[in-house]
Design a protein around this ligand. Structure first.
Ligand code: ZN
Length: 392
């Protein structure tokens, strides 16, 4: 099996000479790579989310939307550089901001195609999330007035085939109770697959004890179903493109991770100790080792049949002055008086009022923020902001 896996990687490398070896993360800038006739991948920089574009004579189908606003605009420009056809459908492979966040750039007139569970989630979006959706691209805010994401979405329960301009695009959902609506995209004519959340290459999987990103069991089930189609080219959710070896590797990875936790459980190791000891350092060069703690706890819960961790959340308000800013406004701290500091984090759904977007936060600005406090949860990166209102 190992030999087979290597030969696939070599074939993939021979086909795409610009592609990096599977062990390196993706490059410092995003790349638009032709995978087959009329099939392109938008490979995110530094393992940011990968998207895909399938060009047909009846419009373009995209899979996911770019990691953030600049990537979404760049992805749209790259599509325009190869076709005059408009983007007609947006398939969402997983309902997380780095995959679905660029949708308001294309829809309407494009239509979102999602699994039924994601459509339900879109329909349940809160007013602040809808506001944030409309404002995510200032150039699109007027076009989105009065519209909510669920107004532009169609959904399916398990399988759907798009037949457009003689091309077939198969959408695959593999059911399990904690699958949040992940959809793999399979192109039988060219053997190309977007492997949705089962595709992690040179990045440690992001699975969480609240099962908001599924479970390792669910990932194994998905990966197995995708491998059965014998894809020639696999576009992972994160990391460099390769062959079926990406999926084989994921199976090995998940089985090893589960085995490590199982051995500790068998020895009676308590959860805090399991979390401390667990690592997947065998996977040298993979990024996001920061995921180990969540992964260990998720597997622990899965193996003991505990179900998802339910974290009670309350929304709190604070007013203060910005004292520090990091990563172009994604993280910042405010002084709420008397030297009290609250660290905050801007998410995809955060609604910001008073400035155009998070890049316009400045030290010294006064603002009020509503943010979520999760019980017993270490807010190392800051609390997630629901709404931030910057005072003029
Ligand atoms: Zn992602």
């Amino acid at each position: 099996m190992r030999k087979l896996c290597i030969s696939f990687a070599l074939i993939a490398l021979a086909m795409f000479p610009s592609m990096r070896l599977a062990l390196a993360i993706t490059g410092d800038t995003a790349e638009f790579v032709k995978l087959a006739d009329d099939v392109y991948a938008y490979v995110g920089k530094k393992n940011d989310a990968n998207a895909m574009a399938i060009v047909t004579s009846q419009g373009v189908v995209i899979v996911d939307t770019g990691n953030n606003q600049p990537d979404t605009r760049d992805f749209a420009a790259k599509i325009k550089s190869v076709t005059d056809q408009p983007v007609r459908y947006i398939v969402i492979s997983q309902n997380h901001g780095d995959h679905i966040g660029g949708a308001p750039y294309f829809a309407p007139p494009a239509t979102l195609i999602v699994q039924d569970k994601v459509r339900k989630d879109l329909a349940a979006m809160k007013p602040y999330q809808i506001k944030s959706w409309r404002k995510r691209f200032p150039e699109r805010t007027a076009a989105l007035a009065g519209l909510a994401p669920a107004d532009m979405a169609m959904s399916f329960p398990d399988r759907m085939t798009l037949s457009l301009g003689g091309k077939h695009i198969e959408l695959i959902y593999v059911d399990d109770p904690y699958n949040i609506g992940d959809v793999a995209v399979w192109l039988p004519e060219s053997g190309v697959m977007h492997a949705a959340i089962a595709g992690y290459n040179t990045r440690h999987p992001d699975i969480r004890p609240d099962y908001s990103h599924g479970t390792t069991w669910g990932l194994l089930k998905q990966t197995e179903a995708y491998m059965a189609l014998n894809p020639k080219i696999v576009v992972p959710a994160h990391g460099p493109i390769g062959g079926i070896g990406i999926l084989e590797n994921m199976i090995d990875y998940l089985l090893l991770a589960r085995q490590k936790v199982r051995l500790m459980i068998d020895k009676g190791t308590p959860l805090p100790e399991v979390i401390k000891q667990f690592n997947m350092n065998k996977y040298q060069g993979w990024d996001r080792g920061s995921h180990f703690e969540w992964m260990a706890e998720t597997i622990y819960r899965e193996l003991l049949g505990q179900g998802p961790l339910i974290i009670p959340t309350v929304v709190r308000d604070a007013s203060g002055t910005i004292t520090r800013i990091a990563e172009e406004g994604r993280f910042f701290a405010i002084d709420t008086g008397g030297g009290n500091e609250v660290r905050l984090r801007v998410g995809t759904d955060t609604n910001i009022e008073g400035i155009a977007d998070r890049t316009q936060f400045r030290v010294g600005q006064k603002l009020t923020a509503s943010y979520e406090v999760k019980e017993g949860f270490n807010p190392a990166l800051g609390y997630d902001i629901v709404e931030a209102v910057v005072q003029p």
